[in-house]
Design a binder for this molecule. Structure first.
Ligand SMILES: [Zn+2]
Length: 224
């Protein structure tokens, strides 16, 4: 799966969590962490000569991400820092999304689920390591793209992800924004007080601006 497709998947998944309003999913820190970590493991492709080798790095090691998530959530709870907790849950969602996609759709290399204790690779589909003997930068060439298109499951999945991305709910309008929405997205001044008891308030520093920034990001990606 291309790195951009991982990024698109991260945006879609973080949006689904956001709409379900689970745990910290409605905060900007959660969204930013989930989106960044859904993409960042494939940065390791820059440091390997062959595409088939890039899953050997620490960024494709589930135990590394598990340790990072645990450290963020535990330190957030111990020191009472909500930002760390939100970042921990966002990192959990983003990294798990990336590694799951690699496990399902990987064709040139599997996932070393038990690394560093075992180098055995696991994957849902059959692996063709010889097709991964190409520099990651050159994987957009015609030869590798022919191999890539043969993976019908992956091609369909990528089309579905882009289609879901295009159907994300539109950006909130200030006049439709309730107090709880405004607190989430940082537009508290524009809020219209809803009837009934006040909803929970989460104080988060300004970073990525939730759904509004996701749409800005998606629009920017479509122009590339
Ligand atoms: Zn990957």
């Amino acid at each position: 799966m291309f790195a951009f497709s991982h990024l698109f998947t991260g945006i879609v998944v973080s949006e689904l969590f956001e709409q379900a309003d689970i745990l910290w999913s409605a905060t900007r820190i959660f969204a930013a962490s989930a989106i960044i970590t859904s993409f960042i493991p494939d940065i390791d492709g820059l440091f390997y000569k062959n595409l088939k080798d890039h899953h050997k790095s620490i960024l494709h090691m589930p135990l590394f991400w598990a340790a990072l998530v645990l450290a963020l959530i535990v330190s957030g709870k111990v020191f009472g820092v909500e930002v760390l907790e939100a970042a921990g849950f966002g990192t959990l969602v983003g990294s798990a999304t990336h590694l799951t996609m690699d496990f399902i759709f990987g064709r040139t290399t599997g996932l070393r689920i038990l690394a560093p204790f075992s180098s055995k690779e696991y994957s849902l589909c059959k692996i063709y390591p010889q097709a991964g003997e190409i520099h990651p930068i050159r994987c957009l060439g015609p030869k590798h793209m022919k191999f890539y298109r043969e993976n019908k499951l992956l091609c369909r999945a990528e089309i579905i992800i882009v289609d879901v991305l295009r159907r994300l709910p539109p950006q909130n309008n200030a006049e439709d924004c309730t107090t709880s929405d405004a607190v989430r997205w940082g537009n508290e001044d524009d809020a219209v007080e809803p009837p009934g008891p006040a909803k929970r308030r989460i104080q988060m520093p300004r970073g990525i601006r939730g759904r509004q920034d996701k749409h800005t990001l998606v629009r920017a990606l479509y122009t590339i």
